[in-house]
Design a protein around this ligand. Sequence first.
Ligand code: 2P0
Length: 334
Amino acid sequence: MKKSEVVSHIFHGHIPKTAKHEKGLGYAPTNIALCKYWGKRDTELNLPHTSSLSIALPDKGSMTTLTLNDKSSETIILNDKEIALDSVFAQRTKAFLDLFRANQKWYLKININMNIPVAAGLASSASGFASLVCALNDLFDWKLHKNDLSILARLGSGSAARSLWTGFVEWHAGVRPDGMDSFGEPLAFEWPELCVGILTMSSDEKPISSREAMQTTVNSSLLYNSWPRKVSQDLSIIKQALQVKNFALLAGTAESNALAMHATMLSSWPPICYFLPETIAAMHKVWDARKQGLQLYFTEDAGPNLKLLFLKEDTARVQALFPEVEIIRLFDQV
Ligand code: 2P0
């Protein structure tokens, strides 16, 4: 099935043609998965093989402002700088807008402000596409339900399906070929004592995109067969840990899930290894600290940087161990 068919289904064949407001505004946070999305059952629609669960970083995200452009092409401004229309970023954005344009003749001025430390490997595409969808919803007054906005954001980038909400979010894999059951769901848990700290090992561009790495893993990793079972176990343990507020269970499961995801990559061919020597050294430091009684865990995405997980009461000890750590606010109360 094509993306355009999903869009047509959501709008019952009638995609609104006229902007209803002078401006469309949308903000979306980025998110960090505690139980990862790795591998697609449908590469066109970004449908995952498994469900996943994330925590939003409410202050780290994208604010998108849309106005109609008087030129017959898009103008894209990212953090106050105009982007070349032949860049990958612009091409992906334009291809996404084409889904809603069909043969209509509107063009947009897109102003995106991202306060995400790109160097730290936080998913900018997740908050970028989610904020773009919210801004379109506002500009054209679509009045869509958030589940539909989540489905539309997923068509831009899989993990964007989780960026429509703050707090903990589960993205249901769904089983339908059209993906109409594959969207995010906010989970009613708050955990003000929970902290995330970013450890940046490298700000170089990653050697392989997560999109390409996922495909290589699905196509060649012997271990990928066991990934769905691992995810299903981890998801239920994480939800149980959230229910009873068991930090060691939550963070330990998240760490194990991330390592299992990286194991599927290491067993791919050609092998995919996002670890740098500094990444491994930091992992050992975390494990040693844990042996000394500090409740410190990590997760790692498709890049060399670690995201530390710890409780607020241990902030000073974590900062003493890793003076370079950037601590990110998760809940209002923190
Ligand atoms: C996640 N990642 O759950 C996983 C863990 C990276 C590692 O979602 O191809 O940019 O756009 O659907 O969403 C990054 O992948 O990939 C990602 P596409 P996306 O956060």
